[in-house]
Design a protein around this ligand. Sequence first.
Ligand code: FES
Length: 345
Amino acid sequence: MTTIMLTFADGDSVRIASRSGENILAAARRAGIPLSSDCEVGDCQTCRATCVAGKVEYDELSSISLSREEVEGGEILPCVTMAASDLELRIPYERTKLVPVKQFSVKVEEIKRLSGSVVAVTARMLGLAPLRFLPGQYVHLQVPGTAEWRSYSMANAPGEDRILEFYVRLLDDGVMSRYLTERAAPGDVLSGRGPQGIFYLRSGVRPLLMVAGGTGVAPMVSMLRQMIASGEHRPVTLCFGVTEASDLFLVEELTAMACSLPECDLRIAIARASPRAGFHAGFVTDLIADEKAANSDIYLCGPPAMTDRARAMVTEFGAVASSIFSERFVPSAVSGLQASTSANV
Ligand code: FES
């Protein structure tokens, strides 16, 4: 039996006991301490935590989606990690903020093409209650007529009636993509499960540096809408990048949001483009300003290569790990893996 001290982002600490061979997530659950989790196989990073003291060991049968640098930095995935000694873990979210996951149904209201590769889906919750979630979180949606589930971040702010808005990247072999382009119609009902994820807007007064690739902008949009709705006055730098000019979407909406905030610097990059006014021709990570990184809360969302590169850059510029929040979007057939991995296909 080992002892694990869990310290949440709000300073709340709790000590639990772990049995031999028991992963940390299971030990916490047995102690009546719910931790954020989703895939429970080491993929999604929704359970991500930092080991600040002690030794851990991994379930040999599991794969771990953390990079070598992250593991060396003490990052762990409690769903596939066991205590090899007494441990002290830092949990990167407030214990009281976790919103219970629930099953729900939504009715599609609109499917709108935003670019060559992205559609927006607007759906309304069935029943009287809105979905409770934090700006930046995601849900799982079942593709109608299939047993497949995919995960999408909400782009709307919480509390907007019972409406949910998602951006879906279209891929040739994506089951949700095929449904949306071939069969979907207003009135369709989709089953959902959520909210999920620990990528949500933390309160505070520090400036925000947001870096988003493709549909990874959705959680940022939710956060910005929430800030506008609540009159929050934090300076924001939003760096948004796409691959091709034909992928670009939401420029007018982002520009309008930037104008609605007291201080918002909107930067847009197109990776494969000739230089043109108003846009950077290159990667979105080129837009990260070193003088902003060290003093900001940093939110990264997009393909793993982008978030990994951005994390490395802001760390080099002086940002500390506890001020960096990231979510990786991976086109995937795995259901429920978006917290660090939102599959938008
Ligand atoms: S719940 Fe631990 S990695 Fe997904």
